[in-house]
Design a protein around this ligand. Structure first.
Ligand code: PLP
Ligand code: TYF
Length: 402
């Protein structure tokens, strides 16, 4: 049957993980995947997650029955509250809905799939930022939507190309779909300011565009969960209907447990219920119902004031270590007198830095220094630690000079 099937290319990031693992060099450095590491370069199980684990293990009432199709009720409620804020008018008015999904990826997929079936404007295109997380294109093309790009990164300023972004939003047909990173943009680490969000909302409102937020790093950008939700809450206050895909992979360190949620802000309770019913129908055919373990952990923490406070502290530990590494890397490059400007290393936020290194420089980093990062020059800051940051700075210094 399958003699004609062509092979598909490997996922870039997962291929990078494999080549890093296969490298036996003692000083190898992994700056590829966006996963938090301790200063010892090890994965970190958050202490609050360990606590939640024990609470669950001691709970004799827990069983392994199926969850409902849309997932664990207290998880869904808490996820919506986390992103929209406890005082959100959308929650008070009962028009905020939720579907537990297979982590952030599954939430983007569930939303994209729904839009491909039910978006009122036939043939509406979906705009993603240039650059963005590679899966955005794959997911929206996978549900047969036309994918276009809006400018985001300005290589000249190593910052946001706000003009280009607004120009594209302005010239896109009315009612287009825009996938937006609410905080800690992947891969650039560049976010709009509050005033820039206002300008973006102004254009999107006047054009009747639909915002689809993909929130994979709440708590990682500013270290404050509320501040990181600013853009989403601002858009809700302005009266937008929207989807928000939420991932708990990074902020809970639950990568493999696939805990995520699609928050839906609709114009009315009625419409919210109908959207949820359609997503439930689609979800039934794809996963039947979501997995329980990760969502139970998240739910235990989000629904307990003490544990919530501990989670915030764990988040600060991660965010602050990353900020510290930015500073050390920056200082090192300045000390070495590495040609170019490096302020963007400390100005960018979240898990990633978009260094501005070229594909050929990245190649030398890998071949000569055993430093692994994506071809676009993105580094996962969490891969840097007190033992390898100077080595990395020297490697960058070399490739920039040669
Ligand atoms: N969206 C963005 C922008 C991401 O960077 C990621 C992963 O890092 C995700 C979504 C989804 O990740 P996951 O499926 O592990 O929640
Ligand atoms: O960009 C990253 O490193 C994270 C991790 O299919 C990731 O988003 C990468 C690829 C993928 C899923 C997660």
């Amino acid at each position: 049957f399958f003699g004609q099937v062509p092979g598909a290319p490997a996922d870039v990031i997962f291929a990078l993980i494999s080549s890093y693992k296969a490298d036996s060099h003692a000083q190898k450095v992994d700056l590829g995947v966006g996963a938090y590491r301790t200063d010892e370069g090890k994965p970190w199980v958050l202490p609050v997650v360990k606590k939640a684990d024990h609470i669950m293990m001691d709970d004799d009432a827990l069983d392994h029955e199926y969850l409902p199709i849309l997932g664990l009720e207290p998880f869904r409620k808490a996820s919506v509250k986390l992103i929209l804020g406890a005082n959100s008018k959308a929650i008070a008015e009962g028009r905020a809905g939720a579907a537990q999904c297979i982590s952030g990826t599954g939430a983007v997929y569930a939303g994209a799939h729904f839009l491909s079936k039910h978006y009122p404007i036939k043939g509406a295109a979906c705009y993603i930022s240039k650059p963005t997380w590679a899966n955005h294109r794959a997911i929206f093309e996978g549900v047969d939507m036309q994918v276009l790009e809006y400018p985001y990164w300005d290589p000249a300023t190593k910052g946001l190309d706000l003009k280009g972004m607004l120009r594209t939003m302005q010239s896109a047909p009315n009612g287009s779909i825009f996938v937006i990173h609410p905080c800690a943009h992947n891969p650039t680490g560049v976010d709009p300011t509050n005033d820039q969000w206002r300008q973006i909302a102004d254009v999107m409102e006047s054009k009747g565009h639909f915002p689809f937020f993909d929130c994979a790093y709440q708590g990682f950008a500013s270290g404050s969960l509320d501040k990181d939700a600013y853009s989403v809450r601002y858009f809700v206050d302005r009266g937008f209907e929207m989807f928000i895909a939420q991932s708990f992979s990074k902020n809970f360190g639950l990568y493999s447990e696939r805990a995520g949620n699609l928050t839906i802000v609709a114009r009315s309770v009625e419409v919210k219920n109908r959207i949820e019913s359609q997503i439930a129908k689609a979800q039934r055919a794809v996963i039947s119902n979501p997995p329980a373990y990760g969502s139970r952990i998240v739910s235990v923490v989000l629904n307990n004031e003490t544990l919530y406070g501990e989670w915030e502290q764990n988040l600060s530990t991660m965010a602050n270590r990353i900020i510290g590494m930015r500073k050390i890397l920056f200082d090192e490059l300045i000390r070495l007198g590495t040609p170019g400007t490096w302020n963007h290393i400390v100005d960018q936020i979240g898990m990633f830095s978009f260094t501005g290194l070229t594909t050929s420089q990245v190649k030398v980093l890998k071949e000569k220094y055993h430093v692994y990062l994506t071809d676009n020059g993105r580094i996962s800051m969490a891969g840097l630690n007190s033992k390898n940051v100077k080595y990395f700075a020297q490697a960058v210094d070399f490739v920039v000079r040669n």
